[in-house]
Each structure stands twice: as structure tokens, then as C-alpha cells.
Design a binder for this molecule. Sequence first.
Ligand SMILES: *Cc1c(COP(=O)(O)O)cnc(C)c1O
Length: 497
Amino acid sequence: MLSAVADAKREGKRDDVDTVFASHYVQVCLPKFHMPRSETPKEVAYQVIHDELLLDGNPRLNLASFVTTWMEPEFDKLILEAINKNYIDMDTYPISTELQDRCVNMVARLLNAPIKDGEPAVGAGCIGSSEAIMLAGLAFKRKWQNKRKSQGLPWDKPNMVTGANVQVCWEKFARYFEVELREVKLREGYYIMDPEKAVQMVDENTICVAGILGSTYNGEFEDIKLLNDLLLEQNARTGWDTPIHVDGASGGFIAPFICPDLEWDFRLPLVKSINVSGHKYGLVYAGVGWVVWRSKADLPEELIFHVNYLGTDQPTFTLNFSKGASHLIAQYYQFIRLGHNGYKRVMQNCRENALYLRDAVDATGHFHILSKREGVPLLAFSLKDRCQFDEYDVADNLKRFGWILPAYTMAPGAEHITLLRAVVREDFSRTLADRLVRDIIRTIEYLKDRAAKSTSQFTPPVPRNQVPCEDNVKRIGEEFVRRLRLKAAASRSQGVC
Ligand SMILES: *Cc1c(COP(=O)(O)O)cnc(C)c1O
């Protein structure tokens, strides 16, 4: 309706848009379902869309996400200069392609791939870790199928073993590409994949075991070394050659800098591929991830496509065709700009601020801490006392201060636990950490106060997803009956039913 009015107004009277807010355009809503019949002046289109977007959350205060929300202004310049370049036109933009290849080389060496000096690494720039994981998963599936076919064995029931704490993209991979996902359940107090149980779930149809360096739920590093050792032993015993993929989406750019002695990467012989998110701790804005293989032999040649529509022959191994080149360039910018030392200092700062947050939140006495001191720099915590309010109430109320912190339930096996998570990124300084702690304390005080008042005035807070404590059930029940009685009495006195 309103968009029809807008169209009519636009066509009837196109007033000069000297001042957006003095024009008739601010009297109508932007169309929501149909493309408008005629044009909108650019000043108006910009201003009105810009203003509606003000209601989005502030990315910098979004502690829910690992994804980069700050880069140096020089990067904005670089990204704008490359914004009209299509990554796939490799013949037209050979330098952009070259910068991507340099990044693949650097990432592979950072992860200790066994390649010689000057030898090109095997990998690809992706839109993020999800695409990287699809590609790695496909390589495992195809390798396994080829081997089974050559042995004359059935090759139609591939499976993959992960912890139940895997990120959703693994479930997507399994469903889209028809691989059975076998998940090792978590248990209270242990929130990552148990390598012993994972190895027990492996059979001759297992295409790979995926370990996570930096569980999405609590940031904890899985024990990839133990997984490697147990699998080596099992492979020797059974004759299988079950490989490992490491999902280093969040931790892949952390461990090499601040836990250099932790063996989780290509130093372990069974690790055949690794993904990392350039747009998480690779410190680039959303839109870049990397997958690297240990060697050429680990990426079946038939998955690589050769196209020449755009000039010369180009090998590609990606799920999509066109995409912007600017984020790949941005990754190269960060590698050059920060170097090993720069990344190390950034990661150290993140860790120090995460530890500060951890100790301060712990000291309030209200929370269990569910993240570890080592791992992705984040704080995962849950309430000790959930009788009067729960983690969702804390998250809701922290929004009043501007903070965006998710409350969510743990993965299968420990789904009765609800937690809050604050991810510490590069742009989360100590001053902000300090303010967050104060706001958490103020939120708890407010919620306690509200709960105390509500018991007398009746708006009992209902715990949203966990077993409510007995007292609460009793209190809610009593209040509910009392409320019904009052209502019945009121309607009787008013003569309504
Ligand atoms: C974020 C994340 C993913 C998905 O990565 P995107 O880069 O967002 O596609 C996969 N695995 C883990 C462990 C993650 O943290």
C-alpha cells in the first residue's frame, strides 16, 4: 500500500531533493515486496537505508562473534580500490590471484606443512571456513571412494567422526554431501571431543575424523595430538588409513603465535588438511577463509576444474565461481602489515584481556567459568544460581548497556547447560573489558532486585530452558493458582464469565 503511494508520489511530483528530510520521500516507507516502478534519488536511497540500518546492533560491541570488526583505515582504501575486481577473472587480475597464492603459501607454512623452500603449497582462498570445510570434506570423501573402488569394496556408506560440539557447517557438509556424521557426545564438565571415544567410532567407512582447534562453544582446544597417536595405533592394527582434518576456524591463527609448542597441525602425520577463517583471528572483515592440504596427494586431481572462459586455463577448486577479490587482498595486507610479531602481540593482548575478564567475572562469585585459560580468547560462563533468573535474562539485560552477548545451550550430551559467551577480539581493549565487568555486576544486581520485587508483586521469572529449581516451580504454581482465583473473583463481581 505504502509503496504504491510512494510510486504515485514519485511519478507525480519529483521534487528537487535538495534536502532529503524536506522532500516528500520521508513521508513514505521504502517498498518491501515489489521493486518500485521508478528510480529513487541517490541521496534519498542512501539516507533512508543508512538510517534504517542504524537499528542493527553495533558490530564492535557484538561479543557473540569471532568475526573481525575492526581494521586499519588504510585497509578501507585498499578494499575500495579492489571492490570491482572479480576473483575468478584470474587472467585479467593476475596480481590479485598471485596475492591469494602468496597467502596460501604463508598459511601452509604457518601450519607447518612439509613443503620445501620455494615449493607452492596446495590450498585455496574461500569465502570462509564453511566453504573451506566443504572442500576438505569432499577431498576426503573422494579419496576414500577411490580407494574403496580400487579394492572392489562398497563405497556408498561414508561416515565421518566429530565431537558433538562441531560447528553447524560440519552438519551441513554431512547433509549436503551425504556423509553420515558420527558425533561423540559431550558430558558435564567435558565439552570437547574425547579422542578415545572418537577412535572407537571409526570404522572402514570413515573418511576422516575432524578435530577442532577452538571449540565454538567454549573455545577449548581439542587434543589433536592424542587423537593422532590413537588413530596411528588403530590404523596400524586394522590396516585402515583414517586421516584427520583440523577445523582451525578460530584457533588456527592463534595457536601458531602463542602456543607454538602445541602440536596440532601438519607436524602430526595424520593431519591431511586444515581450515582457518581469515575473517576471525586472521583479522580480516567477513568474507575470507583458507583450506590447505598437507600435499598434492591429499587433494584428488579430479576435484580441480580447469576453465578457460576468461582467458587462459585456470585451475579452480571452489564451490562458487565469481566473488570479490578484495578480501583476499586484505589478508595479504594483514600478513605484510603485522608479520609474525604483530600477530603474536595481537593474540597476546587478546589472551591477556580474556584472562582479565575471566578473573573479574569469576570474582563476582555468581558464575561458573566454562572456558579454559588456554584456547580461543573468550569467556564462557554460566550462572551458579538460576532460581530467580537465567542466562537469557542476563543477556537480555546486558543489551541495555549496548553489549551483545549470546546465551545458548551446550551441544548434545551437555545440552542441559546454558552458557553466556564473550569473545575477546583484537578491538576489545582492557577499558572495554573493565566496563563489561561492571555492567555484568549491575545487571545481576538489577535482576536480583527485580526478582525480589516480583515475588511480592507477582511476575515470577520462568527459567526458559533448563529444569527450573523446585522452589521456583512451587512458587510459580502457587502464584498461578492465586492469580486464577483473583481473576475468577474479579469476573464474578463484574458479571462476566
Ligand atoms: C566459525 C567457525 C566455523 C565456520 O566458519 P565461517 O568462517 O564462519 O564459515 C567452523 N568451525 C568453527 C570451529 C568455527 O568457529
